[in-house]
Design a protein around this ligand. Structure first.
Ligand code: MRU
Length: 364
């Protein structure tokens, strides 16, 4: 997608051909800053401190983290240490484990001398695959938006509500939830996006709003509690969210607050779709509510807000009494029964084991 009119991927090799360049997403929307990752430890910090975030991009960064590790030391010991160090960075997004397992299975049987080159090649391959997956997913999802526009026939915009950021910033390019929106917008389907701000880190207000704006997609930022009201008044035609891990049963884990949107959508007859690239399916888990690990993050994310003051400075303020305890659950699980359909790179399916295994029989 474009940044100031220039095509951009969220992760790429630097001009020297070995360091990895990422966008520091903690600085958006106020500053566009890129950072160089030179070591495996840099990659681990980038994921843990959320310079990069979003399940597919976490997986891609972990893959390059393994490549950087092999450049430092391609021994068995360092391979195993790099795997463990990167795996420990964030617990919920399953793409992290998926990418690390992929790299480990490739590298472990190889001669030490071959490992670095092979790891760089596979990391680049994972990035290219992510772009292809998200693009195909976008085409399938755009069909749903186009159908709603055609059924309505009035030329009025299709109103889509999304939560958090599952756009190109969360992937290598295109996005998951936002890929159908970009594809439909590019095909001139009239549409408008309601963007949940997504406390506590405001990925909606800071990132989704920024990237939709860069692409010229009409959108409106709302606070997290507005969606139900909009749905009651016929102002949302469909919801599309992303996912950090979806169980084989179709239970969808996504950014905290997604479940409440799905409940409101169900109560109001609003279709609720999820953009799901196949590496985000956890085939080892059936009961998402019981078995998907939910990350709990630092209290500071809840107690403090960061933004730009009127004089242009970036500042942080406290909004909670210093004496109050705080809980910060980063994700929740929407049961499959509340999900209208899963939009994958191979098409749209029911949120169920049958639906997913119909599209991905090789994993069933
Ligand atoms: O904590 P984050 O920002 O890494 O959370 C991930 C997300 O952005 C969302 O949950 C997203 O909807 C799924 S990732 C495509």
């Amino acid at each position: 997608m474009n940044v100031n009119g220039t095509p951009y991927r969220t992760i790429r090799l630097a001009d020297d051909g070995w360091a990895v360049e990422i966008i520091d997403q903690t600085k958006l929307p106020h500053e566009f800053v890129t950072r160089r990752l030179e070591t495996m430890a840099d990659a681990a910090t980038a994921i843990a401190d959320m310079w990069v975030r979003g399940a597919p991009l976490i997986g891609a960064t972990a893959a390059y983290g393994m490549a950087l590790a092999m450049r430092e030391d391609a021994s068995d010991g360092w391979l195993s240490l790099a795997y463990d160090r990167l795996y420990a960075t964030r617990p919920t997004a399953v793409n992290l484990r998926w990418a690390l397992d992929d790299l480990k299975a490739l590298l472990a049987p190889m001669n030490v001398a071959e490992r670095a080159e092979a790891a760089y090649g596979r990391a680049a391959g994972i990035c290219d695959e992510d772009v292809a997956i998200c693009s195909a997913l976008g085409e399938h999802g755009a069909g749903i938006i186009q159908q709603i526009a055609a059924d309505r026939g009035s030329g009025e915009p299709v109103n889509i509500l999304t939560h958090c950021n599952a756009g190109w910033l969360a992937t290598v390019d295109w996005g998951t939830a936002l890929a159908p929106i970009y594809k439909a917008f590019d095909a001139r389907v009239p549409l408008h996006v309601w963007v949940d701000e997504t406390r506590p880190r405001n990925q909606g207000a800071s990132l989704t709003a920024w990237e939709l704006g860069q692409h010229g997609v009409p959108h409106t930022v709302i606070v997290d509690n507005v969606g139900g009201h909009l749905m009651q008044h016929g102002m949302v035609d469909l919801c599309i969210t992303g996912t950090d891990r979806t169980a084989a049963s179709g239970d969808v884990c996504n950014k905290i607050g997604t479940y409440l949107k799905a409940l409101a959508a169900s109560d109001n007859g609003v279709p609720f779709y999820v953009g799901l690239p196949s590496p985000t399916i956890d085939w080892t888990i059936d009961d998402g509510i019981r078995d998907i690990p939910i990350e709990q993050r630092d209290a500071d994310e809840v107690t403090r807000l960061r933004g730009r003051t009127d004089d242009g400075a970036i500042a942080e303020i406290a909004i909670v009494p210093g004496t109050s305890p705080v809980a910060n659950y980063a994700f929740d699980v929407t049961p499959a029964r509340l999900v209208t359909g899963l939009i994958t790179e191979r098409g749209v399916c029911a949120a169920s084991r049958e639906g997913l295994s119909g599209l991905f029989p090789e994993y069933a």
